[in-house]
Design a protein around this ligand. Structure first.
Ligand code: FAD
Length: 496
């Protein structure tokens, strides 16, 4: 073996980020590494982060995790998208679903056909031309073998970490209990040498993965990497979370309900509902936010409401010296499109692809940082879109969002869509055209023109084309079982 190959990897923190990193490194590279994860039972994890996006399949496939096993272990339900209620305006809603829209042609996407249909008054909402959207509205779900898996999960974050911990330990990851109270940095080169725990243990490493959450104990407190603040674009800075008993059937989507200074989430698991409000403290106090939340949830409370403070933004470098920040230590965009777990998995996979030697090659570090930054900037733009393109003017918060300056890159996308009806996805970008289109139309943007190729069809042909897509989807979705029935047969947890 190469004598400069890294040997000792230390993961600081055991939340979702820490255990995802431990399970992946343990399973995929563990034979040649000594991996130690340090966590403290005295320091709780953030305790939220229960909605995922379909890219999680990639992570589970890599780790050979069977879907029904992880769902059973985490009381998971299926998620086909997010219902955005009161976002465009009060009492107006739409769904951003994970599926594809209708059928386009070589020159123009489906939205062009739909826009002409809308001008002629022969279409219903654009989501009706997407199977995942229709299945969400009907509460239906099926896993269809050999088809795109355009769905994700709602899962219990604590149980997910426990599930991954079991895997990681099986693959040789050593867990050390203890509170990190010092990070020792080599003065000569600025690299982290070791971390010292309150029980006097000292753990040395070649590579350190900082999964200590918002505080960024290694990446920030020890290495002073710096943080880029995005709160002028994403002004929500607080959340209150609480869990309730669930009595009704669970829906296969997350609910995001806008309120006068932010939004409220509802994330259904098999055994409980995760609820919370995200809000801007300049416009709503913690007390008022708590009251708002408690007045808008159903079912008995299972825990005390908990306030979480955050600052949206990104660490200036996610990989600095011999330390890689994964999870909340690397920054936080905000949970609106459930993208944090996705970014955790991207960091872990990219780190494994760019695994350095003990020399910590700068080319590996730069490539990692550039790719992470590119992806995060794109996700940021997508989230800002939801806040900025709104017709709401009923509160100071929404007036601010509607009138704020937005990133140039987002303004270009908006202009492009209005001017020619197109959306685009650049390489390595998370959200595809159908996501941008659903949210842009859902928030109230409408292209000025449709592509001329649509006029190659007569009016009657266009109507037949659109009706046929809708009917085929209806028929297909009608054959799916009810979401709850499907779960019962596929992955019901033992705590039901
Ligand atoms: P944490 O969960 O905070 O874990 C930190 C770990 O570090 C803990 O194990 C702790 O014990 C340990 N630690 C800290 N200090 C020390 C120390 N001194 N010594 C030893 N150990 C220490 N993401 C999604 O993908 N979907 C969502 O729906 C979603 N919703 C969210 C809602 C809110 C309101 C917030 C704030 C976040 C949400 N996220 C969501 C993000 C998600 O919660 C996180 O990305 C995920 O939980 C990972 O957190 P983490 O592991 O980085 O940090």
């Amino acid at each position: 073996m190469n004598s400069s190959a890294i040997k000792n990897v230390v993961i600081a923190g055991g939340g979702t980020a820490g255990w995802m990193a431990a399970a992946a490194l343990g399973k995929l590279l563990g034979k040649n590494l000594n991996i130690t994860l340090v966590e403290s039972d005295l320091i709780p994890t953030v305790g939220v982060g229960e909605a995922t996006i379909p890219s999680l399949h990639i992570f589970h496939d890599l780790l050979k995790i069977k879907e029904s096993d992880v769902m059973k272990a985490t009381n998971a339900t299926f998620k086909l998208g997010i219902s955005f209620e009161n976002w465009r305006d009060v009492n107006q809603d739409y769904i951003h679903s994970f599926g594809y829209l209708g059928q386009g042609c070589w020159a123009a996407g489906f939205q062009h056909f739909w826009v002409k249909g809308k001008q002629q008054g022969i279409v219903s909402e654009i989501g009706d031309y997407c199977p995942e959207h229709v299945a969400s509205r009907r509460g239906k779900f099926a896993v269809i073998p050999n088809q795109d898996r355009n769905y994700a999960y709602h899962l219990d974050a604590g149980l997910y970490a426990k599930f991954l911990r079991g895997m990681a330990e099986e693959y040789g990851v050593k867990r050390v209990e203890g509170k990190i109270n010092q990070v020792n940095v080599n003065e000569a080169n600025g690299f982290i040498q070791s971390i010292a725990l309150d029980n006097s243990k000292v753990i040395e490493g070649d590579l350190f993965i900082d999964c200590t959450g918002f505080k960024g104990l290694l990446i920030e407190q020890a290495l002073h990497t710096g943080y880029e603040d995005w709160s002028h674009w994403l002004p929500c800075d607080s959340a209150i979370a609480v869990q309730t008993k669930i009595h009704n059937k669970t829906v296969p989507y997350t609910r995001s309900i806008a309120h006068k200074a932010g939004w409220q989430w509802q994330i259904p698991l098999q055994n409980r509902m995760g609820n919370g409000v995200v809000f801007c403290s300049k416009h709503l106090s913690d007390e008022d936010a708590k009251e708002l939340l408690l007045n808008n949830i159903e079912g008995e409370l299972l825990n005390e409401p908990r306030v979480i403070k955050f600052k949206t933004g990104t660490r200036r470098k996610h990989w600095n010296k011999n330390c890689v920040a994964v999870g909340l230590s690397s920054g936080f965009i905000e949970p609106l499109e459930s993208t944090s777990i996705h970014l955790i998995q991207q960091s872990i996979i990219r780190l494994m692809q760019n695994l350095p030697s003990k020399n910590m090659e700068q080319a590996n570090i730069d490539d990692f940082n550039n790719k992470m930054r590119f992806e995060i900037d794109n996700i940021r733009d997508f989230i800002v879109l939801h806040y900025h393109v709104t017709q709401r003017t009923d509160s100071a918060f929404w007036r601010y969002c509607k009138n704020m300056e937005i990133p140039e890159s987002l303004q270009q996308r908006i202009n492009f869509f209005i001017e020619n009806g197109n959306a685009y996805r650049t390489e390595r970008e998370l959200f595809g055209e159908t996501s941008w289109i659903q949210v842009m139309i859902g928030q109230g943007l409408m292209p000025k023109y449709y592509h001329q190729i649509v006029d190659m069809m007569s009016d009657a042909e266009l109507k037949g084309f659109l009706d046929n897509i809708k009917m085929t989807i209806e028929r297909r979705v009608n054959s799916f079982p009810d979401h709850n029935e499907f779960i019962k047969n596929y992955c019901q947890s033992s705590v039901m």
